[in-house]
Design a protein around this ligand. Structure first.
Ligand code: HEC
Length: 160
């Protein structure tokens, strides 16, 4: 299942709108959208992560819901949030985006990374609401799913 299939969409539609200022504005809008999307992953993962670490008490319902949310997010088609030409290098928006050009130049590798995360979350969604030990058991694969993509396709924080 390739969920980022819209990724090869280009900025042609954006250019058609006219001035460079409009293009920059549109690019910043898609960047904001995909970063907000990532924040939703982060928020939900945080809920279960805190439980796994014992920082908050295990709550089966909250855990199961967070896992379901993560899976639902992973199944979203976010292609339009990743138009070609919107990487850090291509846009020159060094302070704004950490998206590396490899997202597009090595496509569909990123879609495979997305599939890895989805697979991990499918399992996680079946165990997170069982008990704390099961939740902990499923966490690593999910974290690895996020990390696996960030390692290859997101610039390190220092050079955001
Ligand atoms: C298929 C690739 C991929 C997967 C899987 C992925 N990410 Fe990301 N993530 C990215 C990319 C690329 C960026 C940089 C986006 C940008 O700056 O335009 C990013 C950025 C982020 C950010 C920073 C957002 C911001 O406000 O700048 C957070 C937080 C994040 N990811 C969390 C997660 C979590 C948590 C998971 C797993 C549940 C995850 N990501 C899975 C590719 C991925």
């Amino acid at each position: 299942m390739i969920k980022l299939k819209g990724i090869v969409a280009t900025l042609v539609t954006v250019s058609a709108l006219g001035s460079g200022a409009v293009i920059a504005e549109e690019v910043e809008k898609v960047i904001e959208a995909r970063q907000s999307f990532m924040q939703l992953y982060s928020f939900n993962l945080g809920l279960v992560g805190e439980m796994a670490k014992g920082k908050t008490e295990y709550d089966a319902e909250i855990a199961a819901n967070a896992a379901q949310n993560l899976l639902a997010l992973a199944k979203m088609n976010t292609g339009p949030m990743w138009p070609q030409g919107s990487s850090k290098a291509d846009t020159g928006l060094e302070e704004v985006t950490r998206a590396l050009p490899e997202i597009w130049t090595t496509y569909p590798k990123i879609a495979e990374k997305q599939d890895d995360l989805t697979t991990a979350l499918e399992t996680f969604a079946t165990v997170a609401g069982k008990d704390l030990a099961s939740l902990r058991g499923g966490m690593k694969a999910v974290g690895d799913g996020c990390k696996g993509c960030h390692e290859d396709f997101r610039a390190k924080k220092e050079d955001k």
